[in-house]
Design a protein around this ligand. Structure first.
Ligand code: DAK
Length: 259
């Protein structure tokens, strides 16, 4: 069994980090498999939405693998960092939505994996945080950038400087997590319903909207609006847009072909 598993069912890709004996910690092997699987997901037109979770009940991902990192040479550390950043960036740039389902610990690189997804659900037993400063390192897979963009600089600094873990309900209050569930099964079921709702919509439009929000976020308002307008134009070059608008006027359900 691989360290990262991808199963595809009814348009949903179930991506599971599968190293439960080490709380799904990310070492080179996990990252390399994850890299290949993200490429596969991006190429696979059968997959419309991806649900990301960790194997077992205890952890989503308890961070980058500390045992693995401890003995890295500076060159190996750079390669490890580059690989992680590349993967997480690919997820953010993917046209498919990624939903993080956080079961248990999401720490360090695991929290960063969740933040690289488009939104986050969590179970009541989830604990999220950046323990890195306690290890005398800093988050390196985008955490300082993504968390501060999500919750603002002050809260991000408080969480990163203190290295404290927060509960799922505290994370919901901070709007890091959108919903909290009693069990992992309930959470996955909810994520599947949300995925089905997304899959009713134009696939290219969902991808363009993701891109408009992701890439537009760091632009000035004026440039963001120009960017949105250009992607709006791209949507109008698709058959699906013609189908969506026509179906509304003909009072029928649209049939999208991803073209
Ligand atoms: N790495 C390696 N092994 C880990 C691990 C981790 N992050 N987390 C857990 N494990 C292993 C434990 O060593 C243990 O293995 P055995 O001893 O059984 O062989 C097994 O998983 C079960 O864990 P525990 O026995 O510790 O379980 P507990 O319930 O007692 O505690 C815990 C759960 C999550 C509170 C505890 O395991 C823990 O504190 N884990 C470490 C959490 C952590 O500090 N995570 C952050 C890692 S640092 C960068 C890129 C990325 C990063 C930084 C820079 N660059 C690009 C520059 C990211 C850094 C991190 O993520």
């Amino acid at each position: 069994m691989g360290k990262v598993i991808l199963e595809v069912k009814d348009g949903i890709g179930y991506l599971t980090i599968n190293r439960p004996d080490k709380l799904n910690a990310l070492n080179n092997e996990v990252l390399s498999e994850l890299n290949t699987i993200i490429d596969d997901i991006n190429k696979n037109s059968e997959i419309r939405v991806v649900i990301v979770t960790g194997s077992g009940e205890k952890a989503f991902v308890a961070g980058a693998d500390i045992a693995f990192m401890k003995d890295l040479t500076p060159k190996e550390a750079v390669d490890f960092a580059r690989l992680g950043q590349e993967i997480f960036f690919k997820m953010e740039q993917s046209e498919k939505p990624f939903i993080a389902c956080v079961n248990g610990y999401a720490l360090g690189g695991g929290f960063e994996l969740a933040l690289a997804c488009d939104f986050i659900y969590a179970t009541e037993n989830a604990k999220l945080g950046f323990p890195e400063t306690g290890l005398a390192i800093i988050p390196g897979f985008g955490g300082t950038q993504n968390l501060s963009r999500l919750v603002g600089k002050n809260i991000a600094k408080e969480l990163i400087f203190t290295a404290k873990m927060i509960t799922a309900s505290e994370a919901k209050e901070l709007r890091i997590v959108s919903q909290v569930f009693k069990t992992k099964d309930e959470m996955i079921k909810f994520a599947e319903d949300v995925a089905k709702q997304i899959m009713k919509n134009g696939p290219i439009a969902v991808g363009l909207a993701k891109r408009a929000i992701a890439d537009g976020f760091d632009l000035t308002k004026e440039d963001g609006l120009k960017y949105e307008a250009s992607l709006f134009g791209v949507a109008f070059s698709t058959n699906d847009a013609k189908e969506g608008l026509t179906a509304f006027l003909e009072k029928r359900k649209p049939e999208y072909k991803n073209s």
